[in-house]
Design a protein around this ligand. Structure first.
Ligand SMILES: [Zn+2]
Ligand SMILES: [Zn+2]
Length: 669
């Protein structure tokens, strides 16, 4: 003890600091506070020093930008972020850790299997396994879950250790696991780590929760085929998908949500409501819009065009392909060229064209057709521009991941002084879109640069500051609920994204507004300022829907196919009670048409009960029943989707009701 005190008081001859000071490190927390800790303290120690509650809930940590274990000793000054279940990073560590536990369970249940990789994904995790002689199906899931939970309850710590390449190779060669051997062969000696828990060891880079005991609920969701390294010439493996939670209650809630999501799946609803389809002959990921879907999409486009016109946008049209040089200039080729659709060559001139991946370069060239004075700015060019991006076939998903889609794109070219006002106007337009379509639960995310890494961004610092301030001011002034995320800006400018919560609580990113200093530079865009000098305009990219395909998919899932009345394919269906009333039904149909109400007549020789049931399934908002009484009184009996009986109305009264309902959701911009 005495010796220790003596050491603490000794001073370093070089810097004059006391030994104690040398053994302390300074940890900066996300709120900016700086605290001193003994060198070698762990993120868990830091959590403990803040509160016991935090220490109980902390799942993972990031130190100086790198994921670390909660038990890793911290040896230098730096910034530390602690994550709990409430943060995506915390969930990631939780699910990644669970994949180790499930792998152990699988190994114990199916001896001789070969484990390959098992990452956390957006919702849960998977593990790709070569099951050899074994095979698993849904009936085996409960046993796997039980085994994995048994292991979890053992409260085993996750312990990382470094291994030499030779030892690592030997470990897996002994197991006959050629997959892990291949992974290790591609790693640098000295960078290889294993993770141990209980009796199980896995090749792993780290990022675990403190121990297995925190995992209270595990569900194996499904199994699917997957090729080793995604290469169909390589062995086929079984991908085991699972998810886990710190509370059983949360798993129950999640399974309920999955069931709800299944019912609302836009691929299922799109088929039932005859909105769109896919054809293997046309090609994967290329949606075909059926008449009802095309008409709905057209209504959406008209809705936005009308608002855009009021907001001073001008429509432009650009082709579906562009010379490769165009995208070399824009930088898209360098960034995405290799992993995109390959160039199209002309037969004689050997020109090279690319399918348009973005509309922006085309719009820059439209701006470049003539010189502009500052008095003429902003220029706002809008286009429903169809773009093509290559996605691997395994990544395609209904309308949300496709290879060809139409953006409700626009590019605003303005002076730096106008940025503030323009940004506010774009927010107004985006909010108008969200609210007209029934998305009332949203918040914004403002992505700004990381001031500590200026080399990551192009453009003048003062412009960045101006733009970031403009976005934050605009968000504040518009009363948006928003978060600022440092370091999430694109290299060419800061942005604001709307995050929308749908009817079953899922979060979606919708509507990006992005400031860009890069393209004006690359395309040498200029305007003449009041000083008679040439200046660079600032460019804003914006798309309130994002893409028509993704937006309609989302709208289907949000509304469960019950679109807002102004948008829905058929607003009413006329149901004659018997053949006798068909003439009258047609008369009603014609007067509805005069009122611009989209209606159908169900003339099939079926009972009214059956017709109602089908109209319900087709999500038609109003059912208009016509029989003896109605024909006599010149009325219709109105039944709302879902069962509410509105009684007997004249066609005119019904038309008023429809109009009122529409104008209550669809305000003019
Ligand atoms: Zn791991
Ligand atoms: Zn753009």
């Amino acid at each position: 003890m005495v010796k220790a005190i003596a050491r603490i008081n000794s001073r370093c001859y070089l810097c004059g600091l006391t030994d104690l000071a040398l053994r302390m490190i300074q940890i900066t927390l996300p709120d900016g506070t700086v605290k001193e800790y003994q060198k070698g303290s762990t993120p868990m120690d830091v959590a403990m020093s803040i509160s016991e509650g935090l220490a109980r809930n902390v799942l993972s940590a990031r130190f100086n930008g790198t994921v670390v274990e909660t038990v890793s000793p911290l040896l230098e000054n730096g910034s530390l972020v602690l994550f709990t279940w409430n943060e995506a990073e915390g969930k990631k560590a939780f699910w990644h850790s669970t994949s180790h536990v499930v792998a152990q369970a699988l190994e114990e249940l199916y001896p001789g299997i070969k484990l390959t990789i098992g990452p956390a994904i957006e919702n849960g995790f998977y593990y790709d396994v070569d099951f050899g002689e074994h095979s698993i199906s849904e009936k085996d899931f409960p046993e796997i879950e039980k085994k994995a939970l048994e292991i979890a309850r053992g409260k085993h710590d996750f312990k990382m250790r470094g291994v030499s390449k030779q030892d690592a190779l030997e470990f897996y060669r002994k197991q006959g696991n050629e997959f892990k051997v291949e992974l290790i062969e591609n790693l640098e000696d000295g960078s290889i780590t294993f993770c141990d828990h209980d009796t199980f060891t896995d090749l792993c880079r780290g990022g675990h929760i403190p121990n297995t005991g925190i995992i209270k609920a595990i569900k194996i969701l499904n199994v699917a085929g997957a090729y080793w390294r995604g290469d169909e010439n390589k062995p086929q493996l079984t991908r085991v998908y699972g998810i886990s939670f710190p509370k059983q209650k949360e798993l129950t809630g999640y399974l309920h949500l999955l069931e709800e999501a299944r019912k609302r799946d836009h691929r299922k609803l799109g088929k039932e409501l005859e909105l769109f389809t896919f054809s293997q002959k046309v090609g994967q990921g290329l949606p075909l819009w059926l008449p009802k879907g095309a008409a709905l999409r057209e209504r959406l486009e008209q809705f936005l065009k009308k608002a855009q016109k009021k907001a001073g946008y001008e429509m432009v049209i650009s082709p579906h392909i562009g010379q490769k040089e165009l995208y070399v200039t824009s930088g898209h080729y360098a960034k995405y060229g290799e992993s995109s659709f390959q160039p199209i060559h002309t037969p004689k001139e050997d020109e090279e064209f690319l399918l348009k991946p973005m509309n922006c370069p085309h719009h820059c060239e439209i701006y470049n057709t003539r010189p502009f004075s500052y008095r003429e700015l902003p220029k706002r060019y809008a286009e429903f521009g169809t773009v093509y991006r290559y996605e691997q076939s395994g990544e395609l998903h209904g309308l949300t991941r496709v290879r060809g889609f139409t953006q409700d794109d626009a590019h605003i070219f303005c002076t730096p002084e106008q940025l503030d006002q323009e940004f506010k106007s774009v927010i107004d337009l985006s909010l108008y879109v969200l609210e007209s379509l029934g998305f009332d639960n949203y918040r914004a995310q403002v992505s700004v640069r990381d001031p500590e890494q200026p080399e990551k961004y192009i453009g003048k610092i003062e412009n960045w500051e101006k733009a970031e301030r403009a976005i934050i001011n605009a968000a504040e002034e518009k009363g948006l609920e928003f978060v600022i995320v440092k370091g999430e800006a694109a290299f060419y400018g800061p942005k604001l994204d709307f995050m929308v919560k749908d009817a079953i609580g899922r979060n979606w990113q919708l509507g990006t507004i992005q400031v860009d200093y890069n393209l004006p530079e690359r395309f040498d865009l200029t305007y003449k300022g009041s000083d008679n000098e040439l200046h660079r305009p600032v460019m804003i990219h914006r798309a309130p829907f994002g893409s028509m395909e993704r937006f309609i998919a989302l709208l289907l899932e949000h509304t469960g196919g019950n679109f807002p009345l102004w948008l829905t394919p058929d607003q009413a269906i006329i149901l004659p009670v018997s053949e006798k009333h068909e003439k009258y039904a047609e008369k009603v149909f014609n007067s509805l048409e005069n009122h611009e109400i989209r209606a159908l007549v169900d003339e099939r020789n079926e009972t009214v009960g059956k017709k109602i049931r089908e109209a319900e399934l087709n999500k038609i908002p109003f059912m208009l029943i016509v029989g003896e009484n109605e024909e006599e009184n010149g009325s219709i009996s109105v039944r709302r989707h879902g069962g509410e009986d509105l009684g007997s109305l004249t066609v005119n009264d019904f038309a008023d009701l429809v109009e009122k309902e529409i104008s209550s959701t669809l305000k003019s911009f």
